[in-house]
Design a protein. Structure first.
Length: 334
């Protein structure tokens, strides 16, 4: 495996031709910290170094991003993996070509926040979610998938949770604050705002409970076939940005705690500027990225199996229809 990837890296290094006219492309992404590699690659000239003039198209949902990629409106997109994304991939509309943000132990990604009253009534852990009203953005979302896996982990039926699809994160926060639901899975920045306001209490982190490849980089099958050289250069810049992110935000000191690494101040300012989030909020809520943007095939397969059990994807869908493993390694770090 090591020699195979050494050859691929060597081939990628030869793929870029100096002096070419920059190709103008647009990449679809949500305005969230999960898009950090794109912000870094644009701002630090990593795309430009690969002969790509990249602009970002900010869309509101994973489905919008998936449809934009599949239709050819944009060649690439970075977003969460959902039942809708899997369905588009199963129909040949797009492929996941690199990993994105992951729910990982030790990193603040998505938290389960209990409404204050529900917490005081005994909703203290993930195991207490059975029988509770829980807000999600949409049926088939990544958090929907994780909640099913969480139920299996703690030995209760998924159907015992009363899921309330509320369309937006703002609606989830409002439902927790107003006591319309008992709990909701929300990104760390929102979770900490709810806790700081006294309206809610963080009872679990999804990265600790159900580690998940939550997002990825996507391209249409047509783009991969017709613009392979461009796709190689896009992914190389994307991975280089993740490498810089890893050096800045994912290094640990002798005590095992995260420390500020190389370029920390510079990169966090970039992410804050592109997302509109306050730096202080981001510092305690940066997601995890595999340093090589690996595709976590085992986890993606489990996600598909969950969606099959919910009848949200076709029963014949398999992970091979979803991913293209020719651009980055697959599997966990050794």
């Amino acid at each position: 495996m090591g020699s195979r990837w050494a050859l691929i890296v060597a081939a990628l290094a030869l793929a870029s031709t100096p002096g070419r006219t920059a190709e103008r492309i647009s990449v679809a992404v949500n305005r969230l910290s999960a898009g950090a590699p794109l912000y870094i690659a644009v701002d630090k000239g990593l795309f430009a170094a690969e002969g790509l003039d990249v602009s970002l198209t900010h869309l509101a949902s994973s489905q919008e991003i998936g449809l934009a990629v599949a239709s050819g409106s944009v060649p690439y997109g970075v977003t969460a993996v959902t039942a809708g994304i899997y369905t588009l991939a199963g129909k040949g509309g797009l492929k996941m070509i690199a990993g994105g943000y992951e729910e990982c132990p030790g990193f603040a990604g998505v938290a389960i926040v209990a409404n204050r009253a529900a917490y005081e009534r005994g909703l203290r852990t993930s195991a207490d979610l059975a029988g509770k009203k829980i807000a999600i953005t949409a049926v088939g979302s990544g958090s929907h998938n994780q909640l099913v896996r969480l139920a299996r982990k703690y030995g209760f039926k998924y159907e015992d949770m009363q899921l309330q699809p509320l369309q937006t994160l703002a609606n989830e926060v409002s439902a927790v604050t107003g006591g319309k639901v008992d709990a909701a899975p929300v990104p760390a920045t929102l979770a900490k705002q709810l806790e700081d306001s006294g309206a809610g209490k963080i009872i679990a982190w999804m990265g600790e409970e159900v580690p998940t490849q939550f997002g990825g980089a996507f391209a249409s099958s047509r783009t991969i076939a017709a613009r392979r050289d461009m796709t190689i250069r896009f992914i190389r810049a994307y991975v280089n940005a993740i490498t810089a992110y890893d050096r800045a935000f994912q290094r640990r000191g002798p005590d095992g705690k995260l420390v500020r690494g190389e370029g920390y101040d510079d990169l966090i300012e970039i992410i804050a500027r592109y997302t509109g989030e306050a730096r202080t909020s981001l510092e305690s809520a940066l997601p995890y990225f595999d340093p090589y943007a690996r595709l976590q095939i085992k986890d993606l397969t489990e996600q598909i199996d969950v969606y099959k059990s919910l009848k949200l994807v076709e029963p014949g869908l398999n992970v091979e229809a979803v991913v293209d493993t020719s651009f980055v390694p697959a599997g966990r770090a050794p």
